[in-house]
Design a protein around this ligand. Structure first.
Ligand SMILES: NC(=O)c1ccc[n+]([C@@H]2O[C@H](COP(=O)([O-])OP(=O)(O)OC[C@H]3O[C@@H](n4cnc5c(N)ncnc54)[C@H](OP(=O)(O)O)[C@@H]3O)[C@@H](O)[C@H]2O)c1
Length: 258
């Protein structure tokens, strides 16, 4: 169990809260080594977890500071985190901007997704500054508490993956909605269309947890039947390039900065 103190600025938000809960549940950190701050003063954490209104006090009392606020809220934030390890979960805020605003010179940029809630996030992370080996292992273990994690070789990968894995349920939700709407347009009753589309996304997704998607497609194409015709139509219409352009559009926003 971690003996250093972790402070999460914005720890009552969607991502910060789910992360904090996972760290407590997995005993990665004890409640009295976890500090949370927000502006509203509202928290539903167990009593041992201290809620602070003063972000600088949180920084001063913490060994490691997590930034889990929105980029526009970060622009208003005034903290001096010199000498601290700062871990940012924010999309579209560069490590250089975080360093300039906080004074910290060791910055980890990490990009979890909403599946932190069910401990199935994939979290790529990248560090600028001199991260000692003990801290490198610690950061990796921290993000393994909410799913799987990998250290990236460069910061641009964070901006790119913000638009890919960072989007979490967004792409599946859009595909599920399209499948539902198309089934309804084809005359299937709404409730049945919804169940059919959900089955594709949830059941199919679970099957892919341990299977190679290319092999899956090849074996389905080999039947040369209904599924093959549908997949071939998607391929002919450029599904790869639609997906590629979508991720690039998001990545451009992340690279430009929020
Ligand atoms: N949600 C996701 O799936 C996801 C995925 C990848 C990355 N991210 C990144 O994670 C960050 C947080 O996103 P979120 O979805 O968790 O947002 P959120 O639910 O709006 O949470 C933001 C939290 O920050 C607090 N806050 C705002 N200003 C503050 C300040 N000055 N000092 C202290 N606390 C402050 C808010 O509480 P009060 O209003 O009480 O202050 C709230 O608890 C964003 O930068 C986003 O890019 C999110």
């Amino acid at each position: 169990m971690e003996s250093r103190t972790l402070g999460i600025i914005g720890g009552t938000g969607w991502l910060g809260r789910a992360t904090a809960e996972a760290l407590l549940e997995s005993s990665f950190i004890k409640p009295d080594h976890l500090l949370i701050s927000n502006r509203s003063g509202v928290s539903t954490f167990e009593p041992g977890v201290k809620l602070l209104a003063d972000n600088q006090q949180l920084v001063d009392l913490s060994d490691i500071v997590v930034l889990s606020i929105r980029p526009e809220q970060f622009r208003e934030l005034q903290i001096n985190a010199r000498g601290k390890l700062v871990i940012s979960l924010m999309a579209g805020v560069s490590a250089a901007a975080i360093s300039a605003a906080t004074g910290a010179d060791v910055i980890v940029r990490a990009m979890p997704n909403a599946a932190v809630e069910i401990r199935q996030s994939f979290t790529p992370w990248y560090c600028i500054g001199n991260l000692v080996e003990r801290d490198r292992e610690w950061v990796q273990r921290l993000f393994e508490c909410v799913g799987a994690a990998d250290e990236l070789p460069d910061e641009d990968g964070i901006d790119y993956l913000s638009a890919l894995s960072g989007t979490g349920p967004a792409f599946p939700a859009m595909l599920q909605m399209a499948l539902t709407n198309q089934a309804v347009a084809a005359g299937i009753p709404l409730a049945i269309a919804q169940r059919a589309a959900q089955g594709v996304m949830v059941g199919g997704g679970q099957m892919l947890a341990n299977r190679d998607p290319r092999q899956m497609i090849e074996s389905l194409m080999a039947y040369r039947g209904v599924t093959a015709a549908a997949l071939q139509s998607m391929a002919d219409q450029g599904i790869e390039s639609i997906v590629g352009r979508a991720v690039q559009a998001g990545a451009e926003v992340a690279r430009r900065g929020l």
